[in-house]
Design a protein around this ligand. Sequence first.
Ligand code: DGY
Length: 323
Amino acid sequence: MQKFKILVTRKWPKKVEESLIATFDTTLNVDDKPLSESELIEAMKSYDALLPTVTDPITDKIISTSDRQVKIIGNFGVGFNNIDIDSAKNNNIVVTNTPEVLTDCTADIAMLLLLGVSRRGSEGEFHVRKKEWVGWRPTHMMGTKITDKTLGLFGMGRIAQAMAHKAHFGFRMKIIFYDPYFNDEKTIKKFNAERCENIDDLFSNSDFVSLHCPSTKETKGIVNYETISKMKKTSYLINTARGDIVVEDDLVKALNEELIMGAGLDVYEAEPKVNEGLLKLKNVFLLPHLGSATTETREAMGMRVYENIKAFFQDKEPRDRVV
Ligand code: DGY
């Protein structure tokens, strides 16, 4: 195969970088420093493929640059809201993502957030480390029991289903969901899940609301003060999807007003910045976008990009083509 020129925008797992080097004329980012807009524009002119990650904004300005050579953008991540998909379509550029391989690990992190916030995991850990613990007592650091509680899934895609599996079969949780596009009756039956007809029903009937929808024009900011006000005072919000689905200032306000009991977040509106209001609160469990962060998963994600790019340059249909 002709050695196509590809640019990898961040440092990737070694195993994947080795496969890329063996097949393509590959430029790596050994310093792992994010590329600027002008560097990305230059890259569009001199490479055949661009391999960004979910934190690289691939805007219309970058995509529609003149003298463009890039023909495929192989995104490292299942979410592709960092890429202007309409522009890619209009400019005849193929875009691929990395579904499936991160489903279980992301659902694990959603469960970790759920457990961490309701059982006061990080509070307890700091308590021990700061040597504040004076011993067991009946009223010390009481959290919320999760067994037999209701988990409300906003979106019923792969990650939501993996979480439903863990929560229902592992923790005997009742599953309810809101997803107007989901009609797989067999799966609904498997989890004995109940469909909610609207968002209000989901938010008002859940002990834990876990977000599993993509970030789109329709879902951006959909979790705001009004939505959160519908939740039970004893409930928690969990987000492993995308930060901009939640209006962070509204969440902070709701938490300060004790409208809900707490939140577990892996994603934020303006990553890597985290809202100062959240940092001041004890009843939040905060992680730095770790959903897919296991060696096995990150290698598998990278290999999916590799396979997609390879297929494309062999004139085959890439398995994970999104446009
Ligand atoms: C994705 O793939 O979209 C994740 O957010 C990165 O783990």
